[in-house]
Design a protein around this ligand. Structure first.
Ligand SMILES: Cc1cc2nc3c(=O)[nH]c(=O)nc-3n(C[C@H](O)[C@H](O)[C@H](O)COP(=O)(O)OP(=O)(O)OC[C@H]3O[C@@H](n4cnc5c(N)ncnc54)[C@H](O)[C@@H]3O)c2cc1C
Length: 427
């Protein structure tokens, strides 16, 4: 039996940040366990034949002074600021992102549809994401972009989603600005990701590596397989760990299923749904159009977004090459047939050309990529968090809290969790 004050589950960005901030508060009596051989979770990067790949795109959106300060401390000179160059490819049109701020780029018929929708914005509809879009943007914009894109990404119709995630993610210009965008470009870039930060070298993984180096009690290759909240013990690898406090950053349904003799909590796991994402990573030799990422809402395209990894830093690929991450609904089966469909669509859209020579490709599956904001999510997560908090167990991070959030949120929640842990200590 190992005894620790705090056991932190999961050595991704949130677990690492929690450990780092506990140390900063002078507490080292913790153990951080990670099942993989490398820490970092979804923020790791993969080095392959001179290329650097992230788990699809992982760009640093830093919106708080502390988030910026911490990342600058961790990455020092290994940080660059990049301007977004993002598009929506729909039908034969190429519209700059965000769609709703660049309606002038649409053909006449589609523009008229959007204008008509904006003239008749509905009000007082029941609250769901579909109605939020209709009220904010009108039917034309919803049908041309928001409905098809979000149906692909979330795997369900927007009418089954709530809108409590939209705030930071979906730019919502005023009606006057939407009307203006029918005829002219906005005067300034719009949205949380107009500029973003990215490591000069090492991909997003450079950030978690820098953090992991500063964390004292991280143990990798250790999987937690059972947790007893009454006895305050966990089976970790082949050992038992006794703890006072527990911090969970694992995907919440997975964590609940590890709980011993907690049938009510374990059952709540079934109420939490996720949209999985399949990623097709591709390296080609050939110089082509440079872009950050492209949204592809049209149902006939198998993917919903394509990012150009090599555009984020010149160190992500050899100078005569480019690399891409192609994001697809995780319900699709990876294999030759799907690969052929991807290539056909990429060529047809001009994202790659016949001059590009494929060097290699590989697949990644992210099973819990997007916690689904359906009608059960908020209440279920709150019930679980309340029941766990009274037993000294805290939830943190995008998957621990079962939410849609940024890497910066992971860093900040790590600090917040460390502070909570210290404030609840019995002195
Ligand atoms: C497709 C996609 C794109 C994204 N792009 C961006 C972006 O551009 N910008 C941005 O800010 N954010 C982005 N994010 C969000 C970002 O990935 C998360 O906010 C962040 O990775 C969350 O870190 P975490 O530590 O909470 O979770 P994870 O990274 O999931 O870490 C959890 C860790 O727990 C470990 N673990 C699991 N089970 C066990 C077990 N039984 N025992 C021990 N260890 C276990 C896992 O191996 C993992 O290391 C993106 C997410 C996705 C899915």
């Amino acid at each position: 039996m190992i005894y620790v004050d705090t056991l932190i589950l999961g050595g991704g960005l949130t677990g690492l940040s929690t450990a780092y901030h506990l140390q900063k508060l002078g507490r080292t009596n913790y153990l951080l366990v990670e099942k993989e051989s490398q820490p970092g979770g979804l923020c790791r990067s993969i080095q392959k034949e001179g290329f650097t790949f992230d788990y699809s795109g992982h760009l640093l959106h830093l919106h708080t002074p502390y988030g910026k300060k911490l990342v600058r401390e961790l990455l020092a000179n290994n940080l660059r600021r990049v301007q977004r160059n993002a598009w929506i490819f729909t039908g034969n049109s190429q519209v700059p992102f965000p769609f709703q701020a660049h309606l002038y780029a649409l053909p006449e018929k589609e523009r008229q549809l959007c204008a008509q929708g904006l003239r008749h914005l509905p009000t007082k509809l029941p609250s769901n994401f579909e109605n939020w879009c209709l009220q904010s943007f009108g039917k034309g914009i919803y049908e041309l972009f928001f409905r098809p894109y979000n149906t692909k990404l979330w795997g369900v119709s927007p009418k089954y989603l709530t809108c409590d995630w939209c705030g930071p993610f979906v730019p919502r210009p005023s009606r006057a600005a939407l009307m203006r965008s029918l005829t002219r470009k906005p005067s300034r870039p719009i949205g949380y990701n107009a500029w973003f930060y990215y490591p000069q070298s090492g991909g997003c993984g450079a950030l978690v590596e820098a953090l992991a180096k500063r964390v004292l009690n991280l143990r990798t290759n250790l999987r937690v397989s059972q947790i007893d909240l009454h006895r305050k013990t966990a089976r970790v690898g082949r050992k038992m760990v006794q703890f006072n406090h527990l911090v969970n950053t694992l995907p919440l349904p997975n964590f609940l299923k590890l709980l011993k003799n907690e049938p009510r909590l374990s059952q709540l796991a079934n109420r939490l749904q996720a949209a999985p994402v399949l990623v097709y990573q591709l390296a080609v030799r050939g110089k082509g159009k440079k872009f950050s990422w492209i949204y592809c809402p049209d149902p006939q395209d198998p993917f919903f977004r394509v990012g150009q990894q090599s555009s984020f830093s010149p160190n992500n690929a050899p100078s005569d090459c480019r690399s891409f991450y192609v994001e697809l609904p995780g319900t699709l089966q990876p294999g030759k047939t799907l690969e052929k469909q991807i290539w056909t669509a990429l060529l047809q859209k001009g994202i790659i050309t016949r001059c590009d020579k494929k060097l290699f490709s590989f697949w990644q599956m992210i099973p819990h990529a997007y916690a689904r904001y359906d009608k059960n999510r908020a209440r279920t997560v709150q019930t679980i968090a309340d029941k766990l908090a009274v037993r000294g167990c805290y939830l943190a991070g995008r998957y621990g809290n079962w939410e849609y959030s940024f890497m910066e949120t992971s860093l900040l929640q790590g600090r917040e969790t460390a502070r909570k842990l210290v404030s609840t200590e019995v002195l």
